[in-house]
Design a protein around this ligand. Structure first.
Ligand code: HEC
Ligand code: HEC
Length: 212
């Protein structure tokens, strides 16, 4: 493991740092008898995404209940550098390619827990964008691809219940082209047409969708 990853695991799990580190090293150097997905998930991924996949840090996405296809694609995109992240990049570089599918299965079977909007005044605008888009500026309705409750399907990820900060950042990254791993530029085109107020509003609306 690189020093930075070790530091990170130490910092995010105070008290359990040494144990976690020993476990991680055991996992990553397990040799031919590959570690199972649950072991990797609970020792490596849990440091940031938590054991049940519902991260509590607004900048770390919840990954519980994301579509299996979508998780596989994201992990592969982080590996190839198609999706850039200073945080996930070094982590996936430690994974074996055969770890990807079992990890995706594992997290896709967990349940994403919705949160609460912190600015209720603009939820109405967010709801309108989600269901109807904005005809004037050519914003498509999110529901057309991301499905009812933002539950997602296949390559279209679950966004209902996701952290507000994370959603806002991803939309801004798509708009700026800093995230460019979306098939057919679906999200780059969509996000570019959203105003700052609409981005904030739709992120607020999405945060509480999904089954409580
Ligand atoms: C040090 C913290 C950290 C650890 C450990 C970590 N992640 Fe992440 N993960 C992140 C951050 C931050 C992002 C958001 C990256 C971005 O786009 O900027 C992310 C994004 C993701 C995404 C994309 C989610 C989405 O909604 O598009 C997946 C999937 C993911 N991580 C899976 C994993 C798996 C599997 C592991 C364990 C092998 C893991 N992560 C370990 C911090 C972490
Ligand atoms: C034409 C289909 C389509 C429409 C319409 C659409 N999306 Fe997406 N969206 C996608 C796809 C496909 C991805 C996954 C991109 C990838 O593979 O990385 C995505 C990804 C996202 C992500 C990143 C999720 C994550 O976990 O990182 C967010 C946030 C998002 N969309 C929000 C929206 C919002 C808000 C709207 C409405 C304003 C919208 N989308 C409309 C297809 C669409």
């Amino acid at each position: 493991m690189k020093k930075t990853d070790r530091d990170c695991i130490h910092k995010t799990r105070p008290g359990r740092g040494l144990l976690a580190l020993a476990a991680v090293i055991g996992v990553l150097f397990a040799g031919p008898a590959a570690a199972d997905a649950k072991t990797i998930a609970t020792t490596v991924c849990a440091a940031c995404h938590t054991e049940d996949g519902n991260s509590v840090v607004p900048m770390f996405p919840k990954i519980a209940g994301l579509q299996e296809t979508y998780i596989v694609k994201q992990l592969k995109d982080f590996m190839s550098g198609r999706r850039k992240s200073d945080v996930m990049g070094p982590i996936v570089s430690q994974l074996k390619s055969e770890d990807v599918a079992p990890l995706a299965t594992y997290f896709s079977q967990l349940k994403m827990k919705p949160g609460e909007p912190d600015d209720k005044k603009i939820v109405g605008l967010g709801k309108m964008i989600f269901h109807d888009g904005n005809e004037e500026t050519g914003v498509p309705a999110c529901v057309g691809c991301h499905q009812a409750q933002g539950a997602g399907y296949d390559i279209y990820p679950r966004i209902g219940g996701q952290h507000i900060e994370y959603v806002k950042t991803q939309l801004k990254n798509f708009a700026a082209g800093d995230r460019s791993n979306d098939v057919s530029r679906f999200m780059r085109v969509t996000a570019k047409r959203l105003s700052e107020a609409e981005i904030n509003a739709v992120a607020q609306y999405l945060s509480s969708l999904g089954a409580k």
